[in-house]
Design a protein around this ligand. Structure first.
Ligand SMILES: [Zn+2]
Ligand SMILES: [Zn+2]
Length: 427
């Protein structure tokens, strides 16, 4: 009895797995209300991940690669997608098999891949595979985003394979073999270099421009260029405490061309100068911190009274809005240029686990340097009273300019001091 129960359970589990594979949204890891852009983005990610070139000998990856292409084809076309949503996977597959109106015809999955990444649908190191140039972009990131972490999007003008003509350059997407060069791209030209002397030269075909292919009607969208520059969004995740100048790689996301496999895009995150209005909606003081590695620096200004007499407070609003208290009690002196070290109020120290059950984020130090501002002008009443007080104490203690200067009585050289100390130890 227990055996049969186990068998039933086993079958049920198996059915679940198969079902999970038989839903195009699940294949792409998307919800039913996914946008067109999400569908594209999911295809880009997954087709790279499961590409057979990256998983040699792994047949399940190959199957996944085919499935992902199939799911993309079904969901990327509006008509086909709404049909799929209505009738479901099984009926949809059946109609496709019968050649019914299931949207665009079925493409070779490698062909589809090449429409996204260029080249011949492969990106391994196959001989003859050309690779496009890598590209580096710099993006300005506010200090607060390095502190808090953020996922942000920016756009750049990326060369994309024309979607209209699928990279053929032809309005009807049909490419013909060039008759002039018989598809070779080059022609042998006989040239007379002297009377009776003829040489053969290889020349690039002037009809097809060396491509060996011609088209009848140029695609209107790209003017037959096969590619077009378009503002393209890139989503970057800034992890807490990432270094200024960190480079994030986006595999095969540089410029596309049918002639090569797209190179890699590198996005360098650079800390930008803060702007009061744009980068500081919450009006935090921390925006003006300066960062050095894991530490932060702040300059605080004190009046003469505060520096000398104490009894003052400051509340610094940190980059995430929490408050750091600074202050001294009455009688506590702060010398100009003095630096307070506030442990744990610096930058988050980057860790690949971030803030999780495995790891609690640690922080660097915050260094607060004090500047004491002397007033240029004083209220005359105040000046008189202060003068009198200083005069009173000068008279009481006697005027000693040398003592007032704070210099030592006798200059002691460092070596003499060391020698004196050694002598002292020997005794
Ligand atoms: Zn085009
Ligand atoms: Zn030609």
């Amino acid at each position: 009895m227990w055996f049969r129960k186990g068998l039933v359970l086993g079958l049920f589990a198996l059915a679940q797995i198969v079902l999970a594979g038989e839903d195009y949204y699940k294949v792409l890891g998307l919800r039913k209300d996914a946008t067109e852009r999400q569908i594209k983005s999911a295809y880009r990610q997954l087709s790279k991940k499961f590409h057979p070139d990256k998983n040699p000998g792994d047949s399940s990856a190959h199957d996944k690669f085919v499935q992902v292409a199939e799911a993309y084809e079904a969901l990327s076309d509006t008509e086909s997608r709404s049909l799929y949503d209505q009738i479901g996977y099984d009926a949809f597959k059946q109609r496709k098999a019968q050649g019914g109106n299931g949207g665009p015809g079925h493409h070779d999955p490698f062909d589809l891949f090449s429409r996204f990444f260029g080249g011949g649908g492969h990106f391994g190191n196959q001989p003859g595979q050309r690779r496009g140039p890598n590209l580096e972009l710099k993006v300005g990131i506010a200090l607060r985003d390095f502190y808090n972490g953020k996922t942000t999007e920016f756009q750049w003008d990326k060369q994309q394979i024309c979607e209209e003509c699928e990279g053929t350059g032809a309005a009807d997407k049909v490419v013909h073999k060039c008759h002039s060069c018989n598809g070779q791209g080059i022609k042998l030209v006989r040239q007379q270099i002297a009377p009776g002397m003829v040489t053969q030269m290889q020349m690039q075909c002037d009809v097809c421009g060396g491509r060996g292919k011609t088209i009848k009607h140029k695609c209107k969208a790209c003017n037959g260029e096969r590619v077009a520059r378009k503002p393209t969004p890139v989503s970057v995740t800034i992890q807490r405490g990432m270094a200024d100048g960190v480079k994030i790689a986006f595999e095969n996301e540089a410029d596309e061309s049918p002639d090569w496999v797209a190179g890699d895009l590198y996005v360098t995150l650079v800390e930008k100068e803060p702007k009061l209005d744009e980068d500081n909606p919450d009006k935090v003081d921390g925006v003006f911190f300066r960062r050095k590695g894991d530490d932060l620096y702040w300059k605080e200004v004190l009046s003469v009274r505060e520096a000398w007499m104490g009894d003052w407070t400051r509340n610094l609003t940190h980059l995430d809005g929490h408050v750091v208290h600074l202050g001294r009690k009455r009688g506590e002196v702060v010398q100009p240029g003095h630096v307070d070290t506030i442990a744990g109020e610096g930058m988050p120290i980057w860790d690949e686990d971030g803030d999780s059950v495995y790891h609690k984020t640690k922080f660097g130090n915050l260094y607060v340097e004090y500047n004491v501002i002397l007033p240029d002008q004083m209220e005359s009443g105040m000046e008189k009273e202060l003068w009198q007080i200083f005069q009173k104490y000068r008279a009481k203690n006697g005027v000693d300019l040398h003592k007032d200067s704070g210099r030592p009585e006798k200059v002691v050289l460092k070596e003499d001091q060391d020698a004196a100390e050694r002598e002292h130890e020997e005794l």
